[in-house]
Design a protein around this ligand. Structure first.
Ligand SMILES: [Fe+2]
Length: 549
């Protein structure tokens, strides 16, 4: 009532003065919801009720298209439709009386690509971010510095988005006041955490969480209609995203959510499957997936369905740490029941290390990576020793995911901007050529070259494919059992001289050829070693005292 009186009074002023006066204050947003290849939902809040107007166009100064609704409201929601896929639109929001925000280079939205097509896609992932404090701001700023001018396509928020109870004012502080510039240009996909659930009701889709977010119930953004905003799926290019509700929705095997999940995944034809929800199936952080019911339920009931339909990556929060698994499959029991057979690749998935995780296209039960990214607002310790994990890190931070065709790259970036973990999954045929990871002189007549991935034995052992400068000749090349390391027998190396190795025509096992004239430097250094032994005096050129112990 108070708002209506205020609006009426301002209206009288407008008529009386016949001059545009600022009639409303933008309190929230604009923010972007449910992106599709043809539409975008824009939402914002004003302090007084006005009508709703969105202007948009191909440049900040050319917002020639308009969508409006006459209803006076403080909770503005406009769905812009009829858009071109994978296209950037600049926009403004406001009322018929005034523009409140936009018409500048920082306010734009980008539609999703045509479903099924391939587009390099960048996703920012934060979990348990809702502290509204300096820690959340530091994580945000580290991400912004890291990403620079690179456009982020999507944003996942893994639950506990607004502490302590997910009420509207806490959402204002923890989401709208922390990320205002990002909300204007990156469509946000949230999931419900337990703290959000304090004031939300998933059964009726009521409460602040469900009021604030406009999420698909009818397959609007792809996937099988779920009938509820609590859980749903959506497509972005060649990625199928699944959002589950792990707090207060029935998690039982025959329940509506798990039944929908199985049907949704059976109908999916997108290359990548990425699932997210709040309660992690594997964690030894501030929560324990061996003892807590919701975590056990999701592991036992959702994972078999997801894995049998080829899920690639599962993202959760709840534990306020970063934990990232090996490539695993079929681990549904307590942590003590993890077997070697369930770990399909324990190398870490790094191309600079043991190599990317490889998966077949359309493979089922071919392995998935499970990540807990719940330290975007605080860290809370824990034993951090779940055996499924390759990395367990107690640092503030967030994840950046990049999917490009048959390749997925993920990073965990801490609040100082350091990349503390990374991994890569490559689907199907390998199209990445090998690179030289390092070259070292083992002794005065042999040099070891390590490639980023397994290489073809014939090309790797052909000495014509190698050259060393400064007159050093190569008499043999031998590929080790790991298929990544080649030892070159050389003419005598001179100590302290830096050499350059040049490699050509070495193929990986899929036939991709190393970049022409790939080079790597090495220096032969004689490492002086001497054994000191209790009670035995060094014999030569030793001026120190004898060890007395
Ligand atoms: Fe939580």
């Amino acid at each position: 009532m108070k708002h209506y009186l205020a609006s009426f009074a301002v209206g009288l002023l407008l008529f009386g003065a016949a001059q545009p006066t600022s009639a409303a204050v933008l309190e929230r947003g604009p923010y972007l919801q449910t992106p599709t290849s043809a539409s975008m939902v824009l939402k914002w809040r004003t302090d007084t009720p006005t009508d709703s107007v969105v202007n948009f166009g191909d440049a900040p100064t050319n917002l020639t298209s308009t969508v409006s609704t006459p209803t006076l409201t403080t909770e503005h929601e406009i769905t812009v439709t009829g858009l071109a896929p994978d296209t950037r639109y600049y926009y403004s929001v406001g009322s018929s009386a005034e523009t409140l925000s936009g018409g500048n280079s920082g306010q734009f939205f980008t539609t999703a690509p045509v479903p099924g097509t391939t587009k390099p896609t960048r996703v920012w992932i934060i979990g348990d971010s809702g502290t509204a404090n300096a820690s959340a701001a530091a994580v945000r700023d580290a991400y912004k510095t890291s990403t620079g001018s690179t456009v982020t396509d999507l944003w996942l928020m893994l639950g506990d988005n607004a502490y302590p109870d997910g009420i509207d004012s806490q959402y204002q502080a923890a989401v709208f006041d922390i990320y205002p510039d990002l909300l204007r240009k990156i469509p946000l996909w949230p999931t419900l955490g337990n703290h959000d659930g304090h004031t939300a009701d998933s059964a009726t889709q009521a409460g602040p969480y469900y009021d604030i977010f406009t999420l698909p119930t009818n397959g609007e953004a792809g996937g099988l209609p779920s009938g509820t905003e609590a859980y749903f799926s959506f497509d972005y290019g060649n990625i199928h995203f699944v959002n589950l509700e792990s707090y207060e929705t029935d998690r039982s095997p025959g329940g509506a959510m798990m039944t929908w999940l199985a049907n949704d995944l059976a109908a999916n034809d997108k290359e990548w499957v990425i699932a997210f929800w709040h309660h992690p199936p594997y964690t030894k952080g501030s929560h324990n997936s061996d003892t807590e019911g919701r975590l056990i339920d999701m592991r036992q009931n959702a994972l078999p369905i997801l894995e049998s339909h080829g899920v690639d990556l599962v993202l959760s929060g709840h534990s306020h740490s970063y934990e990232r698994s090996h490539l695993i499959d079929g681990h549904y029991g307590h942590s003590s029941t993890l077997t070697g057979a369930m770990v399909l690749d324990n190398g870490g998935g790094r191309e600079t290390g043991a190599g990317a995780y490889d998966k077949p296209v359309g493979g089922t039960n071919a392995g998935a990576v499970y990540a807990v990214a719940g330290s975007s607002g605080k860290v809370s310790g824990g034993s951090l020793d779940h055996p499924a994990m390759f990395a367990s890190i107690s640092s503030l931070g967030s994840m950046i995911l990049e999917v490009n065709g048959n390749r997925l790259d993920a990073q965990f970036i801490d609040e100082s901007g350091n990349v503390d973990d990374n991994f890569t999954i490559i689907k199907g045929d390998d199209t990445t050529p090998p690179i030289i990871n390092k070259t070292e002189a083992d002794d005065a007549s042999s040099v070891t070259v390590t490639y980023s991935e397994k290489v073809d034995v014939t090309s790797a052992q052909n000495i014509a494919n190698y050259a060393i400068d400064n007159g050093v000749t190569i008499s043999a090349a031998t590929l080790a059992a790991d298929e990544r390391t080649v030892t070159l027998d050389t003419s005598a190396l001179t100590e302290g001289v830096e050499h350059t190795l040049t490699v050509n025509n070495v193929d990986d096992i899929a036939g991709n050829t190393i970049a022409a004239n790939s080079q790597s430097q090495f220096t032969f250094v004689v490492i002086q070693t001497k054994d000191f032994q209790d009670g035995v005096a060094p014999t030569t050129a030793y001026a120190g005292t004898r060890d007395a112990y």
